[in-house]
Design a binder for this molecule. Sequence first.
Ligand code: NZQ
Ligand code: ZN
Length: 380
Amino acid sequence: MQNFFYKNPTEILFGRGMIAEIASRVPTSAPVLFLYGGGSIKRNGVYEQVKTALKQHRLVEFAGIEANPLYETCLTVVEVVKRERIGFVLAVGGGSVLDAGKFIAATACFTGADPWDILRSGGSAIEAALPVGTVLTLPATGSEANGNSVISRRATQEKLHFTSNYSFPVFSVLDPETTFTLPTKQVRNGVVDAFAHVMEQYMTYPADAPLQDRLAESVLQTLVETGPVTLAEPRNYEARASFMWSATLALNTLVGCGVPQDWATHMIGHELTAFYGLDHAETLAIVMPGVWQHKLAQKRAKLEQYGRRVWGVASAEAAIAKTEEFFSSLGMPTRLSAHKISAEDAAAKVSARFAQRKVAFGEHGDIGPEAAATILRLRA
Ligand code: NZQ
Ligand code: ZN
């Protein structure tokens, strides 16, 4: 096991009715930015619950954070934050709203000339941020308990992420009942995204970290068990609760402690969203089997362990097949052709981006422009 620091400062408030608990945790000393998306929270009662909980607070509302939140929109909100002297950001919604909240909170305190540097630097340019609290309504990203954020820039068709210790939420409410209204597609996306998060921290090579392996496999097994149930029974509280907690543990930095990590699937996937507008999880279901296929020799030991422990199959090849079958069973396509995207076009665009940025990913740092192109061609 490699050396590591482990600190997760986010308090989780989990369960029915927990939105009421935020009243004592949100400071009253300054106005609060109440940030949300396209209106789902107005249709499922979450908006009213937040307003009731914070009736003693001065709230400044901003609606309209998009899925794959836009840099341009966030900068508009930063103006509001500065003008209204906001002291706390409350982000209410899915990963996109939470990520936007983190970026706004960091940009409001940023002293550099160009806020895009926050993303260009991967987060190291952040030296302060307003405190952020969240009410999560879509289990998927883990944004509720990590310091990550992913922001898209419309003008340049770019999608970049940052991570910072200043960007962990101070608290996150996870009430499974707030997810009952999710469209099937978003539940499917959430299961696949959480599954992929575990895999990015697990599907590498044996690293003498048996506990991290078992933790990762537990989250995977729970997703395999509860994913189909929660899709079929949207109001099954227990299934939603297991799914929601699994998605948080998948990316709250615990399973990745002291182990090699991959993240090539996510980085290629972000480019597919930037160029073609696919949902985040849709990109992962396409790319991940390709990364494994391309890196079969290096990943064989872990693929076999995963196959044996999670699916009861003996070979790495069978483990990949089982994963694709699982995604398909959730109604998630695993090929570019399902989205009418040419693999050649995607390979050319993504490899050009990687080359321009001089980046390479994967646990060996060897998934650069050429490997990305090869992987995408495998997923025609
Ligand atoms: O905008 P509203 O009206 O709220 O509707 C949203 C949105 O249209 C809707 N929704 C959310 N909760 C709902 C609901 N509809 C009905 N009932 C509810 N309870 O769902 C739609 C999608 O929401 P979004 O927040 O975009 O989805 P998700 O949570 O999957 O977030 C995706 C974004 O997170 C980034 C992705 O790249 C993408 O930009 N990621 C963030 C990560 C992180 N911060 O750690 C890691 C991930 O790998 C990922 O990259
Ligand atoms: Zn993801």
